[in-house]
Design a protein around this ligand. Structure first.
Ligand code: T5A
Length: 207
């Protein structure tokens, strides 16, 4: 039986990593094989590209170069990790995927979405997440949480307006694909957020 592909999305500090681990624990308790991974990254090459993308540097990275690096990492990740896991029936939980590219490179960087869509088709073919959990939080609150946790990376150093655009694209994508993208309010206490996630997983397990 083919596996199931879940992605977690949202702006900085919404709690993707925290809740990804929560979902993993719940699925593992139910006896599923779970592969937890992230983008950019997920392979040795992808993690090197992640380092290049996230580390602040003096040289400005051209936005198209940034986009191509993200899809280079994704091609490697998809073919080496995600597809084989799905083929053997595992559940793949991925911290960010291509919705992030539409949101950050399309929304944040204001690149035309057409090349993003073309690269999506070229690299992924028909592969899309089966379920995307969009954790939604006002930008200032998300940045506050992220900055409490660690020093800002190359993206986190962007201005608030950048993340407002990112958030808007995420919400637009959720509105356009309500069957795949489920918006969860990430503002309340973690236990409340996780109750919402439980409800979503309950409906999934009844499929
Ligand atoms: N990127 C990525 C692109 O530009 N294009 C792309 O295509 C892709 C794939 C990756 C960067 O790359 C960019 C976007 C990103 O800038 P990342 O590390 O994956 O970076 O993403 P971040 O958003 O930076 O990850 P963070 O670790 O900052 O945020 P998370 O994972 O959303 O949040 P988490 O779980 O670490 O939680 C942050 C803090 O908040 C607390 C947690 O305990 C933690 O301290 N917290 C809560 N506190 C109160 N109430 C709650 N409900 C809480 N939930 C979590």
């Amino acid at each position: 039986m083919p596996g199931f592909f879940i992605t977690l999305e949202g702006i900085e500090g919404v709690g993707k990593t925290t809740n990804l681990n929560y979902i993993r624990d719940r699925l593992e308790r139910a006896g599923r094989e779970v592969v937890v991974t992230r983008e950019p990254g997920g392979t040795p090459l992808g993690e090197e590209l992640r380092g290049l993308l996230l580390t602040p540097r003096e040289e400005t990275i051209d936005y198209m170069a940034e986009l191509l690096m993200i899809f280079a990492a994704r091609a490697q990740h998809l073919n080496q990790v995600i597809e084989p896991a799905l083929q053997r029936g595992a559940w793949v939980l991925c911290d960010r995927f291509t919705d992030a590219t539409f949101a950050y490179q399309g929304g944040g960087r204001q690149l035309d979405s057409a090349p993003v869509a073309q690269l999506e088709q070229l690299v992924q073919g028909e592969r899309r997440p089966d379920l995307t959990v969009l954790l939604d939080l006002p930008v200032v609150q998300g940045l506050e949480r992220a900055r409490k946790r660690s020093a800002p990376d190359r993206f986190e150093a962007e201005r608030v307006e950048f993340f407002e655009r990112v958030r808007q694209v995420y919400l637009q994508r959720a509105a356009a694909e309500p069957g795949r993208v489920h918006v969860i309010d990430a503002a309340p206490a973690l236990e409340v957020v996780q109750k919402q996630i439980d409800q979503l997983l309950d409906t999934l397990e009844k499929r």
